[in-house]
Design a protein around this ligand. Structure first.
Ligand code: NAD
Length: 337
């Protein structure tokens, strides 16, 4: 299969590309290599991909309409995975426009490209953050979740609604994946696993919000990639009786799906920190701070739908995943120091 993968230099993008290449797919990876975090890490991830014959990298911004139109028209992709986005809840408080550009304008270009070039299936990144202040556990895609508490979450909720409209209007198969806090080797330096591991290994204090009582459904990268690839392969079947003009009172007839993809086993932040301490062989120095605006108390994925439809079963225990993550962190940052 010929696949467009946006955000290829990103954390989830690099791992997804490696998996697709390993099974023989042709992958065109795009990324704008922005400096939201260390560009050297993005380049180092790309260096894992470029030796593969079936991989090609194009540096571009998915928010650039003309470039995206040319890309789709000339390459004729069969399937598309859209992971390029401006991530981060806290950063969205100070930099709202970056989110609109990449997550809304960029996704519009991707949707248009898919629509006009007969793409068989678009898989795109949503986020557990769409659940906002939802307290019904575990989080289910069948919950009513239209109350995001950060602009980042709002753009992810909007992504799902935009995809729905394209599925509905043009019979375009789309699948949104609500990722739950992903960790592992090559992880994002702005996320808590890297911030904690780095500070603990250097003997520096870590910021612990809300007494470490917040719970997160930390999910290991290999489990995430397994789910993404299984979903990519299972194209939602367009309804043969599909009628664009039919009323859509909540039940869509369009080939539109959204799934949670998480570990289904939330842990308290304090437990997570202790697991890193064990793997690192050092104690954390903790700086306790109040809860941050835009943060949520807990995340917990109901993955029953994903299990039913593609047999998704997260299989990496936290201690094992953290062990691999800390080993990578030590090696990578030691080498580049
Ligand atoms: P990442 O930042 O490592 O990867 C995203 C990549 O997209 C980056 O390399 C960035 O340079 C690129 N990018 C951003 N805007 C772009 C644009 N306009 N044009 C081209 N490239 C652009 O993030 P990640 O952790 O790999 O996340 C991938 C996706 O999953 C994102 O959509 C993110 O919102 C979503 N997500 C991630 C997590 C997580 O825990 N990592 C959780 C929920 C949702």
């Amino acid at each position: 299969m010929k696949i467009l993968l946006t955000g290829a230099a990103g954390f989830i993008g690099m791992h997804t590309a490696l998996q697709l290449l390993a099974r023989g797919d042709v992958v065109v990876g795009v990324d704008n290599l922005n400096d939201y975090y260390d560009v050297n890490l993005k380049r180092a991830r790309l260096a894992q991909l470029t030796p593969h014959d079936n991989f090609r990298f194009i540096q571009l911004d998915i928010a650039d309409r003309a470039t995206m139109e040319t890309l789709f028209a000339t390459e004729k992709f069969q399937r598309v995975i859209n992971l390029a986005a401006q991530p981060g809840v806290r950063y969205s408080l100070k930099n709202p426009h970056a989110y609109i550009q990449s997550n809304i304008v960029g996704l519009t270009n991707v949707l248009e490209g898919c629509r006009h070039n007969q793409v068989e299936h678009l898989v795109y990144a949503s986020s557990s953050s769409v659940y906002g202040a939802n307290t019904h556990m575990p989080f289910s895609v069948h919950d009513n979740v239209d109350h995001p508490v950060s602009l980042y979450a709002a753009t992810k909720k909007a992504s799902e609604m935009m995809a729905h409209s394209y599925s509905h209007l043009y019979n375009l198969p789309t699948t949104g994946l609500r990722f739950f806090t992903v960790y592992g080797p090559w992880g994002r330096p702005d996320m808590s696993p890297s911030l904690f591991a780095g500070a603990i290994l250097r003997g520096e204090p870590i910021d612990v919000f809300n007494q470490g009582k917040m719970q997160r459904d930390f999910t290991y990268i290999d489990d995430i990639v397994e789910g993404v690839v299984r979903i990519l392969d299972r194209v939602a079947t367009p309804d043969p009786h599909f009628d664009t003009n039919a009323p859509d009172p909540g039940t869509s007839y369009a080939p539109y799906r959204v799934y949670n993809i998480g570990n289904h086993e939330p842990v308290e932040l304090m437990t997570f920190i202790e697991t890193i301490e064990r793997a690192a062989g050092r104690q954390a120095v903790k700086n306790f701070l109040p809860m941050q605006a835009g943060d949520v108390v807990a995340t917990y994925a109901d993955v029953a739908d994903l299990k039913r439809d593609v047999g998704f079963e997260p299989s990496t225990p936290l201690a094992e995943g953290i062990e691999k993550f800390v080993a990578w962190y030590r090696g990578y940052y030691h080498r580049s120091a």
